[in-house]
Write a protein that binds this ligand. Structure first.
Ligand code: NAD
Ligand code: WQD
Length: 336
């Protein structure tokens, strides 16, 4: 049995689907602070398999004790966390409390029940402003905001735990920019309010729900002046977690792995790919740079291939096509 914390969320729900399709049994804990349990119902429907769901908070030791007592948990995939960079700047204690305290609570209870296999959602944000690309796992860590700091702290805690006790298996997976949706159009990203991230914003503009995209700066040192990122399809990302679980069966200790495609796309390139996928013209206006944004970031993916035997399969056109299908079939996200 795999426990998926934050399993009702965007990446969690796609990972639950891949887990069930790979024959794993799945239990989810999620406090639904940024998601809807409808995502899990849809995963159950798509796979014809049941998910055991606990609505609860990873900061609550009682519910975690209950889950570990009621099920034989072999491994945990730990997605539960808050992820808005701006909110973390305004409310750092909330981020430390939720992400770091919640994680410590989880690790203590895993230890108590001798469940020492963990896959953790880290982020490329731990690298901060990088000097060169592609970004290799051994680059120095220099997050530039409280959200990134929480990821770095949790990574450090896990490094210390696995050095103290060699029976732990830990995969720190550093995601680049996850986008896309399952090809069924039944599950996808459903941000609350006005989206912060590029793709959810573009898809709402294409759908006529927002008037125009604000391109945050066209004066970066890139070929077209806009920021470059490594966008990765969420289904590829989810499959990377299955590979990490498989690796754990044969490898103890801690590994740190970038999950990206290794390719960078600019804001204008993504915009064009989305226009082609949606057959819509997407109005935009160039504005000032967004504070804290970096110019270029994409992954060195050689270690993922070597250690996990994993590489991304889907290209940017497929990512946009799948987002557009999800947007069209669910104009109001999971409320529909
Ligand atoms: P998401 O918000 O859709 O999913 C996170 C889930 O965790 C939500 O369902 C939320 O309700 C739940 N949650 C939050 N705090 C909780 C708590 N204390 N107890 C129980 N449940 C809680 O986000 P996502 O995009 O699916 O991200 C999943 C993980 O991956 C997060 O840890 C995030 O920081 C990390 N990550 C995301 C991205 C990205 O761009 N989406 C990139 C890098 C890393
Ligand atoms: C991508 C590009 C923007 C919105 C964030 C987090 C990071 C990680 C992934 C969790 C940039 C430009 C964006 C818009 C724009 N999350 N942009 N107009 O900033 O790379 O990463 O999500 O770990 O921690 O910081 O992603 O999608 O916000 O931006 O021009 O309305 O699109 O400037 O170049 P980012 P993003």
């Amino acid at each position: 049995m795999i426990l998926v914390t934050g399993g009702a969320g965007y990446i969690g729900s796609h990972t639950c689907l891949e887990l069930l399709n790979s024959g794993y049994e799945v239990t989810v804990i999620d406090n639904l602070s940024n998601s809807s349990s409808e995502s899990l119902k849809r995963v159950e429907h798509l796979t014809g398999t049941e998910i055991i769901f606990y609505e609860g908070d990873i900061r609550d030791p009682q519910i975690l004790n209950r889950i570990f007592s009621e099920h034989n948990i072999d491994a945990v995939i730990h997605f539960a966390g808050l992820k808005s960079v701006g909110e973390s700047v305004d409310n750092p204690h909330l981020y430390y409390e939720n992400n770091v305290t919640g994680s410590i609570n989880l690790f203590k209870i895993m230890d108590k029940f001798s469940c020492k296999n963990l896959v953790f959602s880290s982020s490329a944000t731990v690298y901060g402003e990088v000097k060169t690309v592609p970004v290799h796992e051994n680059f120095p860590l220099a997050p530039t905001n409280p959200y990134g700091n929480t990821k770095r702290h949790i990574e450090d805690i896990l490094k210390d735990i696995s050095s103290a006790d060699h029976s732990w298996s830990v995969s720190l997976l550093r995601y680049f920019n996850p986008i896309g949706a399952h090809e069924s159009g039944r599950i996808g990203e459903d941000p609350r309010g006005i989206p912060n991230n590029l793709l959810p914003y573009i898809s709402k503009v294409a759908a006529g729900k927002l008037s125009k995209l604000k391109v945050f700066g066209d004066d970066y040192d890139t070929p077209d002046g806009t920021g470059i990122r490594d966008y990765i399809h969420v289904v590829d990302l989810a499959r990377g977690h299955i590979k990490a679980l498989e690796k754990m069966k044969v490898l103890k200790g801690l590994i740190t792995v970038n999950l990206g495609t290794g390719n960078g796309y600019s804001v204008f390139e993504v915009l064009r790919a989305f226009e082609i996928a949606s057959k819509k013209t997407i109005p935009f206006v160039v504005t000032q740079r967004r504070t804290g944004d970096i110019s270029v970031c994409y992954a060195d993916v050689s270690y993922a291939k070597e250690i996990l035997n994993w590489q991304a399969e889907f290209d940017i056109n497929r990512m946009c096509t799948d987002i557009w299908r999800w947007q069209n079939q669910n104009p109001n996200g999971y409320e529909d």
